[in-house]
Design a protein around this ligand. Structure first.
Ligand SMILES: [Zn+2]
Length: 184
C-alpha cells in the first residue's frame, strides 16, 4: 500500500503556477518498489510499449495535476519523458532499432557497474563478519600483522573501528565520499 516509483527528469520542469523547478514525479504505473528511474532505465518487461501520463506535484507551491508528463516506454525501456502526448506518441512510432541497441548497450554497462558495487558491499560485510567472529578485534597489533594479507581492502576501517556499528558508519561515509568524487 502506498508504494510508488520515482521518475527523475533529465532537466527540471518549471511549475506552471510558480515557476519553481520540479525535478521528479512519482508513479504507480510500474513495479511500485520505491525504485528510482531515469531516462534509459529498464522500467518494465520487454513486451511493454506504452505511454503513462502522470500529473506533476510542485513542492514549492503544492500545485497538483496542473501539468503532466508522458512517460514513453518502448520494449520496457523509459525512452522519453515528454511534455505532451503527441511527442511521446511520435517517439514510440519512430523509435529505431539502432537506438534500442544503444540503450541496451548502456543498460549492460550499468548492470556491470551495479553488480560490481554490490560485490564490493558483500566483500566488506564478509570481511567484517569474519573480523569479529574470528576475534581479530581482540588481537594485538603484532598478532594482526602476522595476517597482513587478510582483510586487505578493509583493514584500516576494521582496525580503527571501536565496534561493528562504527565500522559500518566509516564504510558508508567512505562510499558517500567516493560517490561525491565520482560525480564531480
Ligand atoms: Zn509551483
Amino acid at each position: 500500500m502506498g508504494m510508488f516509483d520515482t521518475i527523475h527528469f533529465e532537466q527540471p520542469i518549471a511549475c506552471v503556477v510558480c515557476q519553481a523547478p520540479i525535478l521528479s514525479t512519482q508513479t504507480k504505473a510500474f513495479e511500485c518498489i520505491l525504485e528510482n528511474f531515469h531516462l534509459g532505465d529498464c522500467i518494465g518487461h520487454a513486451e511493454e510499449i506504452h505511454i503513462v501520463r502522470e500529473g506533476l506535484y510542485c513542492d514549492a507551491c503544492h500545485a497538483y495535476d496542473r501539468q503532466f508528463v508522458y512517460l514513453a516506454v518502448y520494449r520496457g525501456i523509459l525512452v522519453d519523458i515528454a511534455l505532451d502526448l503527441a511527442t511521446a506518441e511520435s517517439q514510440l512510432r519512430t523509435f529505431s532499432f539502432e537506438r534500442l541497441i544503444l540503450w541496451y548497450h548502456d543498460l549492460y554497462a550499468k548492470r556491470i557497474a551495479e553488480r560490481r558495487d554490490r560485490q564490493q558491499v558483500e566483500h566488506f560485510l564478509h570481511d567484517m563478519a569474519r573480523w569479529y567472529e574470528e576475534g581479530y578485534d581482540r588481537l594485538s597489533q603484532e598478532e594482526r600483522d602476522q595476517h597482513r594479507l587478510f582483510f586487505f581492502l578493509h583493514r584500516a576501517i576494521l582496525e580503527n573501528a571501536a565496534s561493528p556499528i562504527a565500522a559500518i558508519r566509516t564504510y558508508l561515509d567512505q562510499q558517500q565520499t567516493g560517490d561525491a568524487t565520482a560525480a564531480d
